[in-house]
Design a protein. Structure first.
Length: 175
């Protein structure tokens, strides 16, 4: 069993650590937990078996109940697949690795994440902008482009042997 406890541990598993750090600074725990859960399941796809919720929650040290709700939503939106029963759990599907991070943001943060005013003003738009509106619009476009361009697959390292070894090096409690 691979032990992944923190966002820092996940950062060792992905190519673009700065992107993960940046995303977790701006988005909710739900987004971070969803991304970590997906990456965990994707890394373990080589086992050719489903990954149980208890294992993911334990290894990532995420509250099981909270993670369960997030994972259920990811299945509902076809990011992951799941099966119930003794051989049940979560697995990747044909769409998982192609999923842009923007879709995960929309699932966990809601579709309006980037449409509200950065200062919380009600009547902020192009014709009646707040003091930061124009600056935020530039950043928003960059964020949306970045999140649309990066997929789950683009975050995973290509050399799976070294990838698994680097995971194992994080914690000696491998089972």
């Amino acid at each position: 069993m691979i032990i992944i406890k923190t966002t820092t541990d996940i950062n060792h598993l992905v190519k673009n650590r700065s992107l993960i750090n940046l995303c977790t600074m701006f988005f909710s725990k739900s987004f971070g937990y969803a991304l970590r859960g997906i990456l965990y399941v994707a890394v373990l796809k080589e086992r050719n078996e489903r990954v149980r919720l208890d294992e993911i929650a334990n290894d990532l040290q995420i509250p099981r109940h909270f993670l369960g709700k997030i994972m259920k939503r990811l299945v509902k939106d076809h990011i992951l697949s799941s099966a119930q029963g003794q051989q049940g759990g979560f697995s990747i599907n044909d769409d998982t690795l192609k999923t842009p991070l923007l879709k995960i943001v929309e699932i966990t943060e809601g579709p309006d994440k980037f449409s509200s005013c950065v200062l919380g003003m009600r009547k902020c738009n192009g014709s009646t902008p707040c003091p930061l509106h124009n600056h935020f619009e530039i950043l928003k476009k960059r964020w949306l482009r970045l999140l649309a361009d990066y997929t789950i697959e683009s975050l995973l390292q290509k050399d799976q042997d070294d990838f698994i070894k680097s995971i194992a090096a994080l914690d000696h409690r491998l089972i």
